[in-house]
Design a protein around this ligand. Structure first.
Ligand SMILES: O=C(O)[C@H](O)[C@@H](O)[C@H](O)[C@H](O)COP(=O)(O)O
Length: 230
């Protein structure tokens, strides 16, 4: 078993429990190293969790928050992950958090890759807390099975890489396994029976390119803490 499974009766209970656990880990990091880093995912699932995190009485001015991946759109667009972080997480108690964006002003993400890489490097490794989501195609962050770049990205030494999955409307900048697994604490936040089934397939499947979430399940790195509710 490369992971620990925690399930909750509903999505509010999960958000409260996962938020509290992440808060403990961030507080430990600040106590020990005077700073903490938190990587979060985009999409619909994390919004409740972001609300719970935003209410935690932590020393947020010592915390860097960054997305696990980014759609290559302006921050004001609804699809923007850093925009979602600013709207839903960095408010209330968490208003003082430092937000690191993977989106640069470059039209092409390939032109912005090294800038994004430098921003993440500045936060420092190992990352303290990584919170990932998962799609029903087995992707996590923007490690999409249909991305033509996937093989190279899975083996990349860079912390950030560009992917252009045909299944997605925009190009994406994603943290790579070498960054996502270089973390002290790694969580997978999934909800719904469909994602539980997908996760069980990912455990059973042997092919990481078919189910890229496997890269955080079996590669080196911390033991994955899976939080699930119906
Ligand atoms: O930018 C993104 O979309 C996320 O980082 C992505 O990896 C997300 O976690 C999954 O696609 C699940 O998304 P939902 O929570 O919307 O199902």
């Amino acid at each position: 078993m490369a992971h620990d499974w925690f399930e909750f009766p509903d999505r509010d209970a999960l958000a409260a429990a996962l938020g509290a656990r992440i808060g403990e880990r961030l507080a430990e990091a600040i106590d020990t190293r005077k700073q903490a880093s938190l990587v979060v995912s985009g999409g619909r699932t994390p919004v409740r969790l972001f609300g719970a995190l935003s209410k935690l009485p932590l020393n947020w001015s010592s915390i860097h928050v960054l997305p696990a991946d980014e759609r290559w759109v302006d921050e004001q667009e609804a699809a923007s992950n850093v925009g979602l972080i600013r709207r839903e997480l960095v408010r209330d108690q968490a208003a003082a958090a430092h937000v690191i964006s993977l989106k640069t002003p470059h039209t092409l993400p390939e032109s912005g890759q090294m800038v994004a890489e430098a921003r993440v490097a500045e936060v420092g490794f190992p990352l303290d807390v990584v919170v990932l989501g998962m799609g029903n195609d087995g992707h996590t962050a923007s490690l999409f099975p249909d991305a033509p770049e996937l093989t190279g990205v899975l083996d990349s030494d860079h912390a950030c890489e560009v992917v252009r999955p045909p299944s997605q409307p925009t190009a994406r900048m994603t943290l790579t396994p070498v960054a996502l697994n270089n973390a002290r604490h790694q969580f997978l936040h999934i909800e719904g029976d469909d994602k539980r089934e997908t996760f069980e397939r990912a455990i059973a499947d042997r092919d990481v390119e078919a189910m890229p979430v496997r890269t955080v399940l079996f590669d080196r790195g911390p033991r994955l803490q899976v939080y699930w509710s119906p």
